[in-house]
Design a protein around this ligand. Sequence first.
Ligand code: HEC
Length: 129
Amino acid sequence: MRQALGWTLLCLLLLAGCGRDAPQAPPTPGLTPAQARGRAIFMGAVARCSSCHSLEPGVRVVGPSLAGIATRAGERIPGMDARTYIELSILKPGDYIVEGYPDAMPRNIAKQITGDQLNDLVEFLLTLR
Ligand code: HEC
């Protein structure tokens, strides 16, 4: 009886130990933690980027597909690097309008996400070569 109780306790301890070591979320293959957080923000309900932007090449939703944006961003404005262009697209969307598209980016994204989230989002977009 006593021995059975001991075994039960041992099993419970082992189970608890396993639970603690289990990863919270599966890692996203090929992405750093920051890039994976950025992807989640892109897909998420707060920033809603994915409601207007596809990641499939050539698929137009409200805005242009962002497939290849990491490459294109560095060519949009002479002298501006890809990171700066992407940041400005999010923070000051009216400054540069992609030809053939409406000036429809929300103006309040910077107020809805933190500075860290913005950095993660940009890290993710910079993977889209
Ligand atoms: C309501 C629809 C809408 C939402 C939501 C939206 N965008 Fe846009 N976005 C657009 C449109 C339309 C354009 C093209 C016009 C322009 O340049 O502003 C655009 C342009 C862009 C561009 C420039 C693309 C290029 O080829 O130069 C980037 C980068 C971008 N959006 C990123 C984002 C990110 C990141 C989010 C989420 C934080 C987001 N957008 C949310 C509609 C949207």
